[in-house]
Every structure is written in C-alpha cells, then in structure tokens.
Design a protein around this ligand. Structure first.
Ligand code: HEM
Length: 432
C-alpha cells in the first residue's frame, strides 16, 4: 500500500467547516466519511493545524495504546479557566499519570455499588416533581439529578443550604459555558485577540471556589464515605497529599466531566426508548423482573448510537501509522466517535437501536469508545454506567413514558457534548 503523510483535508474554508461542525455536526461527519472514508482532516477556525479524524477500530487502538501522546489544544483552551491548571483532564505526561493513579481507586467499578442508593433516592424524589400527562423536557430533570448525585456522592455535601447555594451557582456556570455563541467567541478571540469571553465568569467562579473550600476543610476535619474524603486522604507516590487548591481543580473536573455528560446520556436513552416501543417494553419487563443484563445492554447501545462526547483526541508524541498514512509526531488526531460507532463492518444495521447486540457480547474495546480510551479513558465510566442503570430502573418502576413529540430529537452541540436539541419531550404517568 502506498503511504502518505496526512489524510485528505476537507477543502472548505475553516469558517465553513467550523460552522457546520458547531451547527450540524452529524451531517458534517457523515458527508466527510462519504467523501474521504476512514480518515480525513478537519481545519477548525482558530487552530493552527488540522485535526485528523479516524474511525477504524484498529487505528483507534493504535492511537490509544500509546501512553506518551499528549492532548490537542482544544481541551485546554475551553476548560482551563474553569477547571484550573492541575485538573486531571488537562495535565499531561507524568503529572497526569500521578493524578490518575491517585484518583482511580475511588472510581473502581466495585465501589460504585455503595452509591446506588444515593442515585435511587435522588431520582425518586425528582420523579415526584414531574408533570402528569403533559409533555415536558426530561433533559433538565436529568441534569438536576446528576448534579445532585455528584454533590452528594462525590463531594459529600450534606448541608442542604450549602448544596442549594452550590447548585444555583453551578447551574449558572454550566449554562453560560453551554452556548454555541460562547464557543464561537472563544475561538474568535483566540484567532483575532481581544477580550477573553470567559472573563465575566470570574465572579461566579470565585463564589464557587469559596463554597468548595468550605467542603474540603470539612472533609479534612471529618472524613466520610464520599469520594472527596478519599481524595483528601490519598497520597502521591512520594507520600504527599493533594493540596486544597488542587483538590478544588479535581472537584470542578469531576463535576464538569460527570454531570452534563451523564444527564445527556440519559436524555438520549429516553429518546431512543420512546422511538422503539418494543425495546421500552422489554426493558420495563426486565426492570420489573429485577434482571440487570438488559438494562446494561440498553445503556451500552444508547452510548453507541448517541455518543455524548464526539471527540477524545491526542497530540501525537511519536509517529503513528493509520489507514495507509504515516502521521508525524505533533499531529492532532481524534477518533470521530459517532463514525466509529456507526460502522456497518462492526455493527450490522448500524443505525438500528438494538440493545440485543450487546446481550451476548460486551462492546468491543476499540469499536465502542464513548468514554475514550487508554491512559486517559474516562475516570467516571463505571460511575456513569451505574448512574444511568439506576436512574432508568427507578424511573421505569414509577412511570409509564410516551413521546411528547412525533419526531426523534436532532443532535445539537451543547458544551463539549452532542445533546438532544429539545431536551427529549416525554409524557409521563404514574404506573398503576
Ligand atoms: C455518560 C457519561 C460520560 C461520558 C460519555 C464521558 C466521556 C468521557 C470522555 C470521552 C473522556 C475523554 C477520554 C479520553 O480522552 O480518552 C472523559 C474523561 C474524563 N471523565 Fe468522563 N464521561 C462521562 C461521565 C463521567 C463521570 C460521571 C465522571 C466523574 C464523576 C467523569 C470523569 C472524567 C474524568 C476525570 C476524565 C478525565 C480522564 C483523564 O484525562 O485521565 N466522566 N469522559
């Protein structure tokens, strides 16, 4: 096979590529695949070099199994002002690995069982506030649930007043960060200079930091079962613990990485279930029978067909061979997760919602990458899957669900996620 350096770069001007990516990401990705196949390069506005997108599982495996690769600039640009400079999501190399080691044990799959009751309780309470028999958007409810779950299970905030104060400020921060307009302004400010559009969030961030500092101090004085207590007690290899400022960065990271993503995963799951009544019926039967396998399969299939995070890229530390190209060190490259998940060679009838495909076989590691992969794979993957399973179970035990509108949701970008445009409208009624 002949080899070349970069795969073909989309010929449209960067402003056109960026606009299509932000406004119609799925048609953008699908048309690039139709034109160029498994690998192509995209030129986003404000970025100096193109971003190579791949979707072949072997190429993804080659990318993710090399531990030395760094991060492309996009992640840091959008997130550093909020997450802080020592966030595990943003550090690279040895500094990153040291945090991973320290933060992984509290997120180990086995430990997640102890948080199931918290999720169940939060969901059950939220369901009581749902309208009966009239359409409403379920996404905001899932956001409220996942935010409260993180504040309780991860941060361990038990004081109602403090939780209310944090919730209110975090909601404002998250909705400010979600707008496509803001993302445009950040990209343009990077390209043309001028005032930092994130500047006006500084006051809000200072308030949030103060509330978090109080929680950290409390947990130092009186450790409990929550993840924050474990982080406060954990030490690096040299025996030093994380200082308060760093713990603050990791808390913001867990919050931002874990809240919107899980809520959106749930909103998509409901949209898919509502469009596939036979799957919903089978799921309700499984929930009633206390059978977990189908619930798991539904979660895996939803994350396949509607991956919440579209990109999880790297900057190459060394040459990488993919699809007949030899990409030099320094290239920015990412799996296009949507394309990886809709390959007909890996998933027969790739656009069909069929949880059964995961009943016999768990998803293949590099053909199913909703949580990224390798040494940067999502730290909260077990937590998120547990939360989605418990939320689905608790909701379907209590309510029947019908679609609140006739058409499936379109994919819209929200923050770094692919999100249901109208928030998944449902009509719910108590089960008799
Ligand atoms: C359905 C829900 C979720 C999805 C789809 C998701 C997806 C992702 C993806 C794609 C990455 C980047 C991985 C990579 O670069 O290879 C990531 C990283 C991360 N996620 Fe998640 N996530 C979810 C839930 C959570 C939750 C609940 C938490 C924590 C409470 C969390 C914490 C993190 C952290 C800390 C990282 C950074 C890992 C690192 O850079 O080493 N995520 N997540």
């Amino acid at each position: 096979m002949t080899t070349s350096a970069l795969p073909p770069t989309l010929p449209e001007p960067p402003v056109v590529q960026t606009t299509r990516w932000l406004l119609r990401p799925i048609s953008f990705l699908e048309s690039a695949r139709r034109r160029f196949g498994d690998a192509f390069a995209v030129q986003f506005l404000g970025f100096q070099s193109p971003m190579v997108m791949i979707s072949d599982p072997e190429a993804i495996q080659a990318l993710y199994t090399e531990r030395a690769h760094g991060l492309p600039p996009g992640r840091t640009l959008a997130l550093q002002p909020i997450l802080g400079s020592r966030s595990v999501l943003l550090l690279e190399g040895r500094e990153h690995l040291a945090r991973r080691k320290l933060m992984l044990p509290p997120f180990h799959g086995e430990r997640m069982r102890r948080y199931e009751a918290t999720v169940a309780e939060v969901v059950a309470r939220d369901v009581e506030t749902w309208p009966v028999g009239t359409p409403f958007a379920i996404h905001p409810h899932m956001q409220a649930v996942t935010l409260e779950v993180i504040l309780r299970a991860v941060f361990g905030v038990t004081d109602e007043q403090r939780r209310a104060a944090l919730t209110e400020r975090l909601r404002r921060l998250l909705s400010a960060g979600a707008s496509v307009g803001l993302q445009f302004r950040v990209m343009i400010a990077r390209r043309l200079g001028g005032p930092d559009p994130l500047e006006r969030l500084q006051g809000l961030l200072a308030d949030i930091d103060e509330l978090l500092a109080a929680e950290i101090a409390d947990r130092r004085a009186d450790p409990r079962e929550d993840i924050l207590s474990m982080l406060v007690g954990a030490t690096f290899e040299d025996g030093d613990p994380m200082d308060d400022r760093e713990i603050r960065d990791q808390l913001m990271t867990l919050l931002l990485a874990g809240h919107e993503t899980t809520a959106t995963g749930l909103a998509w799951t409901f949209d898919l279930l509502l469009r596939h009544p036979h799957v919903l019926e089978r799921l309700v039967a499984a929930v009633d029978a206390g059978e977990d396998a189908y619930v798991r399969a539904v979660v895996s299939e939803s994350l396949r067909l509607r991956p919440v995070v579209p990109l999880a890229g790297r900057r190459l530390a060394s040459e990488l061979r993919v699809n007949g190209h030899v990409l030099p060190a320094g290239t920015d490259i990412t799996p296009a997760i949507w394309l990886a998940h809709t390959r007909a060679d890996r998933y027969p009838e790739p656009y069909a919602f069929r949880p059964e495909r995961f009943l016999e076989r768990a998803p293949a590691t590099y053909a199913w990458v909703p949580f990224g992969g390798g040494v940067r794979r999502c730290l909260g993957a077990s937590f998120a899957e547990m939360e989605m399973r418990v939320a689905l179970t608790e909701i379907l035990r209590r309510r029947t669900l019908e679609p609140g509108k006739s058409r499936a949701e379109r994919v819209a970008r929200r923050n770094v996620t692919f999100s249901p445009e109208k928030g998944t409208l449902v009509v719910a009624r108590p089960r008799s």
